[in-house]
Write a protein that binds this ligand. Structure first.
Ligand SMILES: Cc1cc2nc3c(=O)[nH]c(=O)nc-3n(C[C@H](O)[C@H](O)[C@H](O)COP(=O)(O)O)c2cc1C
Length: 197
């Protein structure tokens, strides 16, 4: 189900704005992102949540990666991220599509100098080089490129996850944890329910 809807009117949007950092904050949440293998297994890895807006959640990766191959075949994903010290967990499930080019470029520009270089060098061929060669190639690349003016490589791929289910888990030190769960209905409205934590 892909319903084009803006999340601004969603009952959880304001809470997400409070929980997630602004786009220009350098520290990004680390989330466990699950995709589906060709034989139907969930496949999970940690990635940075690059951005979040009224359309959905954005991740960035290498176009040659396993996760992109999986999303091409099965454009559905979920992610979970927790802030135990704040008594919070966010779980999101939904449909994926390539992120708009302008968003992917902005996310690249906001990446740290290290991550900008990584996007250029992080290939299968590079990974198997001896350590000294990898260090030397990295140093040479950094010497030859100004991080501020680096553009994303052709392999820079953005993923937009449009949520169909959003679950906000709240802990409370004096009572049981509780989940507020929102599910996107066919007509584009959000149904909510309260669940045990
Ligand atoms: C702290 C941390 C942050 C990471 N951030 C990203 C990221 O934003 N994008 C990404 O593609 N991989 C990121 N990775 C690497 C992924 O976990 C994973 O190894 C890689 O994307 C290959 O996954 P795949 O083969 O399932 O596609 C990160 C790993 C760690 C430990």
């Amino acid at each position: 189900m892909t319903v084009s809807t803006t999340l601004v009117a969603a009952p959880f949007f304001q809470e997400l704005v409070e929980w997630l950092p602004r786009h220009d904050e350098p520290a990004r949440p680390l989330v466990a992102l699950s995709t589906i293998t060709a034989d139907g297994y969930p496949d999970t890895r940690h990635v940075l949540l690059s951005e979040f807006d009224e359309t959905g959640f954005y991740f960035h990766t290498d176009a040659r990666s396993r996760k992109i191959a999986q999303l091409t075949t099965a454009p559905r994903a979920s992610f979970a991220v927790a802030w135990p010290e704040l008594g919070r967990q966010l779980v999101v499930l939904g449909d994926t599509e390539p992120a708009p080019v302008s968003e992917a470029q902005r996310a690249y520009a906001n990446r740290s100098p290290y991550l900008k270089t990584l996007a250029w060098l992080n290939s299968a061929e590079f990974a198997v080089l001896p350590l000294e060669e990898r260090v030397e190639a990295w140093r040479t690349f950094d010497e030859e490129h100004q991080s501020d003016s680096l553009l994303p490589p052709a392999t820079w791929a953005g993923i937009l996850l449009r949520p169909t289910r959003v679950t906000l888990w709240h802990a409370h030190p004096a009572t049981a944890s509780q989940r507020l769960e929102y599910t996107l209905e066919a007509e584009g409205t959000w149904a909510s329910s309260i669940l045990p934590g």
